[in-house]
Design a protein around this ligand. Sequence first.
Ligand code: NAD
Ligand code: MG
Length: 476
Amino acid sequence: MIFDYAPAPESRSVVRLRENYDLFIDGEFTPGKDGDQMSTVNPADETELARFTVAGASDVDRAVAAARRAYDTVWSRMAGAERGKYLFRIARVIQERSRELAVLESLDNGKPIKETRDVDLPLVAAHFFYYAGWADKLAHAGLGPDPRPLGVAAQVIPWNFPLLMLAWKVAPALATGNTVVLKPAETTPLTALVFAQICQEADLPPGVVNIVTGAGETGRALVEHPGADKVAFTGSTEVGRQIARSVAGSDKRLTLELGGKGANIVYDDAAVDQAVEGVVSGIFFNQGHVCCAGSRLLVQESIADELLPRLKDRIAKLRLGDPLDKNTDIGAINSAAQLRRIRELTDSGAEEGVERWSPSCDLPPSGYWFAPTVLTGVSQAHRVAREEIFGPVLSVLTFRTPEEAVTKANNTPYGLSAGVWTEKGSRMLWTAERLRAGVIWSNTFNKFDPTSPFGGYKESGYGREGGRHGLEAYLG
Ligand code: NAD
Ligand code: MG
């Protein structure tokens, strides 16, 4: 029987967009000094959602000064249990407003409502709850009897998980007694601006959280500001390198969470259907805009002929389209610039002789879209095996022995994530011990939990976010 799904769109009416958004400094929404603005669009149809303020150097100055004042006079002096109350309150307001935030995130980012509703928002709230619980227990974190906050944290985040990356940065910083100035990405500023409203609703003391919007120049002014004691960045390796250079020689503390080229290793004894599901979600979750995506499938040669057709059958069943439709698996690519990058890199594979496959799939007439794509005949020298595509494109390589699997998996400048699919516990442990990656999943992929540290080796960056380890980055 052939049937199709009727559209099941989530309503936009829970979101009340303003036409213009100001900066959030010292507890108030305030216009920028220069009056410059940018707009953010819905990548699913290219319509403008709202305009927002581009913070200039003097605005960043004001935000850092407000954070310093709040740090000196209120936040660093407050008992941990009191700070914890604010964080619990923020977590509860996020839960109350989670439907609104999920719809807004899907509108601004293009990711499916199924993911914002079931993954992003529950994890955002869980992160605040988790670190709220640490606020009065820092003396028991294994970091000495009286660990001290660092001061003002300058935080810059990307567009792939806008509110979740905010939570990863803001929750541990506040729990440990630091104050923050955060810059969201220029294509996805809206949930951070609603988060500013949530800080007001939770009566957070003015200046503890400041949100400055804008593009790279605003980010640069923030991370280079002499008043920042700590810099935390998630984004591209290229910008991460620039930031590391600018911070070098200062006494600022730095954590970087950069790109990845994760290997998903499937051994011949793996449960094939389960592995297929994990490989599919490993690369097509969030359109592949995931730093820890399983973007390289390493499949044991003896089962490649069995696995690849099953993988393609499964991919052909993914539904691409309206991010607000509850049936949608693959939403829009976040920006025209990202779409160009994905096309350029994928085309380079075709030019280098790899075989390219996508299911037949109608792309909507407007907006930024890229069909799920599988590249086979990939060798380690190809660009598509080495560079991060950050899109719904899977590169397939094969191996014969476990030693070859490990060598190929580690043959990358990155070291963020990996997956191992096997029924044998000993083989799983043997492999995991030899992989140079910060996170290794076994018989699953892309599982996140606030109690679990996350971070990379090599060009994937340094420092850990999440769990007890995540406190360390904000304590002296
Ligand atoms: P990017 O690094 O340029 O942007 C990330 C954030 O940094 C944004 O908020 C941006 O405004 C800010 N920024 C840009 N230049 C800056 C500077 N000089 N100083 C301080 N802040 C600055 O990333 P992008 O251009 O959006 O994406 C490019 C590539 O980066 C992607 O294709 C992907 O490979 C990678 N990426 C990785 C992650 C990740 O989660 N690790 C996230 C986004 C992008
Ligand atoms: Mg947008």
